[in-house]
Design a protein around this ligand. Structure first.
Ligand SMILES: Cc1cc2nc3c(=O)[nH]c(=O)nc-3n(C[C@H](O)[C@H](O)[C@H](O)COP(=O)(O)O)c2cc1C
Ligand SMILES: CCCCCCC(=O)C(=O)O
Length: 369
């Protein structure tokens, strides 16, 4: 780390998101880069996700002794040093040979919880072995072969994962024009198989032994409903969060049905184009939930001041997505560590300059539109 004035930062590494994206593009093939970078449809939501942060202006407070900001957050009885998670991102071998092994180890360096995707390139057990006791959550894609979903969740529980994130906005793939243009399907190319190939329940469900076809048959699940969620809940003692909530009524239903937390997200603009910017959905949802369950946020977080705005609007923590994946493409584990180092430092500086000395008081930080 280098230092300029009071700021520590990762040297010889892209600082801004634009630079990160540019460097990552040089390292990745066109198909893989297009898959990560692009959004659905005309990319209206992808653009809005980042642009909409500018609608919210922080009104900072002064003279508040911000010398040692307390950035810790407690969720489900566990305290983490920062209100920051790594979002579940599938198939990270697209970016780097070491994929999720590298990114989960980088997260562990900062005690940042790593959310592992169902469609990851290394299995639940491999990531657990690589990261020991550092915090991990498991993101579950529902499976049409229901026992496969239950078994993956059981494996995560046994491997020491601390929560299950059920993604509910991906019952089918969005209309992604870059992938159509490039004829690019990471699932068909065999990325994202690790949790399936290592799952005896899934493997024994295959009729013809074709793993890729089996994944494709299972992962698109348009029948998903609250009844499935209730069945899932019966099968685990881990907290369950629903990822992909954008409507306050769905958030209220989640509370009513005993769900433990939600992630406000539009999947980084990759699913339905034209939906609300995630940051615009956050305030009304936080109000509807009224502190009854934790509310996490992703989709558009690019810098520390974005995190401060999301926290002020009611998020308990934010998940970093594309920025860390670009770090992975540029420099493997070290690249992700550098992205995290800069993001954490910028978040701390932003909180201090906003006059927030503890996250416990963040919701009193005023934002004007
Ligand atoms: C390449 C890529 C793969 C993703 N894979 C998953 C996944 O497997 N499971 C999931 O729930 N979300 C997945 N997401 C969505 C992220 O978890 C997160 O919602 C999104 O990246 C947030 O948008 P942002 O990265 O633009 O901030 C993926 C996103 C990207 C960019
Ligand atoms: C039908 C869901 C497949 C999703 C694959 C990974 C993902 O979430 C993505 O955004 O891409």
């Amino acid at each position: 780390m280098a230092k300029v004035e009071n700021i520590s930062f990762a040297e010889n590494f892209p600082i801004s998101y634009i630079e990160l994206e540019k460097e990552a593009e040089k390292k990745m093939g066109a198909g893989g880069f297009g898959y990560v970078q692009s959004g659905a449809g005309g990319e209206e939501t992808l653009r809005k996700n980042t642009e909409s942060f500018a609608k919210y202006s922080i009104v900072p407070r002064m003279l508040r002794n911000v010398s040692v900001p307390d950035t810790s957050v407690t969720l489900f009885g566990k305290t983490y040093p920062y209100p920051i998670f790594l979002a579940p991102i599938g198939m990270q071998r697209l970016e780097h040979e070491e994929g999720e092994i590298a990114s989960s180890r980088a997260a562990a360096v900062y005690h940042v919880p790593f959310i592992q995707s169902t469609v990851s390139s290394y299995s639940i057990e491999e990531i657990a072995a690589a990261t020991g006791s550092s915090p991990k959550w498991f993101q579950l894609y529902w499976s049409n072969h229901e026992e496969t979903a239950f078994n993956m969740m059981r494996r995560a529980e046994e491997a020491g994962y601390e929560a299950i994130v059920l993604t509910v906005d991906t019952v089918m793939m969005g209309w992604r024009e870059a992938d159509l243009r490039n004829n690019f399907s990471p699932l068909k190319l065999g990325y994202g198989k690790a949790n399936y190939e290592s799952d005896p329940v899934f493997m024994s469900s295959l009729k013809d032994g074709d793993v890729v076809r089996g994944i494709l048959d299972n992962i698109h699940h348009p029948t998903l409903s609250w009844e499935h969620v209730a069945r899932l809940k019966e099968k685990t003692n881990l907290p369950i969060l629903l990822k992909g909530i954008l409507h306050p009524e769905d958030a209220k239903l989640a509370v009513e049905k005993g769900i433990d937390g939600i992630i406000v997200s539009n999947h980084g603009g990759r699913q339905l184009d034209g939906v609300t910017a995630a940051i615009d959905a956050l305030g009304p949802i936080a109000k509807a939930v009224n502190g009854l369950i934790p509310v996490l946020f992703d989709s558009g977080i690019r810098r520390g001041s974005d995190a401060v705005k999301a926290l002020a609007l009611g998020a308990d923590a934010v998940c970093l997505g594309r920025p860390f994946v670009y770090g992975l493409a540029i420099g493997g584990q070290t690249g992700v560590e550098k992205v995290l180092a800069n993001f954490i430092e910028e978040t701390k500086v932003s909180l201090s300059l906003a006059g927030v000395s503890s996250l416990k008081e963040i919701t009193s930080l005023q934002l004007i539109r």
